[in-house]
Design a protein around this ligand. Structure first.
Ligand code: TMP
Length: 242
């Protein structure tokens, strides 16, 4: 059945189409990759399909663990059907190990395992380069009710426990990840966007020495090469486990 209507939004890595049921959308994963707020761009044939497959399986896992998400079903290799949401303009980053911007902006050494997860909240605004927020700035800008923010933080910590354990089973260390949330038609807060190597840092635990082997978008961010091979390896390990 062709239930896909007009495109309603195009982001850096996904396109969103209207669905013939008004409370649903179709999300298509693109092969495009961007980094550093799209100052760096490339296309990787097959990335969209891999992220769609990986993300769908991770959302299934989260739903089984009672996490409310926008994911409804996979439509084909490149697209999913999801609940239509009103986006909350926050990027919620959870860090288990220090890496990336945390180490560029502070004195903490890359690879430091954090005593407890650190949650960093950013404003989802490309023009402003997604600035880091404080709770007081969130209140000042009236981005979200503080009780809804606390609900999101609690949900993010629960998601971390589920994902860390899952990835550990397939020999991957979940270093950090970025989540987005929205309100569905019943005004409930649900997890949206995607969960894939585009927005998670995943290090291979299958290494004899201490070298870091990134199986995520850092392969592109840091010009390491082998992005499709890394994403395929993650997809393969998930399939072998579930
Ligand atoms: P960061 O170290 O650059 O702040 O990134 C932390 C995590 O968030 C990492 O897993 C990559 C992810 N991320 C996104 O998904 N989108 C973004 O725009 C940024 C900056 C990071």
């Amino acid at each position: 059945m062709n239930n896909r209507l007009e495109m309603i939004y195009e982001g850096k890595a996904k396109k969103v189409f209207a669905h013939n049921e008004s409370d649903k959308v179709i999300i298509e994963f693109k092969d495009d990759a961007t980094a550093f707020n799209a100052r760096k761009k490339a296309t990787f044939k097959g990335k969209g399909k891999l992220n769609c497959l990986i993300s769908s399986k991770i959302f299934d896992l989260l739903i089984k663990n009672n996490i409310p998400t926008h994911y409804l079903e996979i439509q084909n290799e490149n697209s999913i059907i999801a609940q239509k949401i009103k986006v909350i303009p926050l990027e919620v980053v959870l860090r288990n190990t220090a890496f990336g911007s945390l180490c560029k902006q502070t004195t903490i050494k890359p690879g430091t395992v954090l005593a407890k997860p650190l949650i960093d909240l950013y404003l989802k605004n490309d023009e402003l380069n997604d600035p880091l927020l404080t709770r007081d700035r969130i209140k000042l800008l009236d981005i979200i009710d503080i009780k809804d923010l606390d609900f999101i933080i609690d949900l993010t910590l629960k998601i971390n426990t589920i994902l860390k354990n899952f990835f550990n089973n397939i020999e991957l260390d979940l270093i950090d990840f970025k989540l987005e949330f929205g309100y569905n038609s019943r005004n409930e807060i649900i997890l949206c966007d995607e969960i894939s190597p585009d927005n998670c840092r995943l290090w291979d635990l299958n290494q004899k020495n201490d070298i870091i082997v990134s199986l995520d978008k850092d392969r592109f961010r840091n010009d390491l090469g082998g992005l499709i091979e890394a994403y395929s390896e993650i997809n393969r390990r998930i399939d072998n486990f579930i």
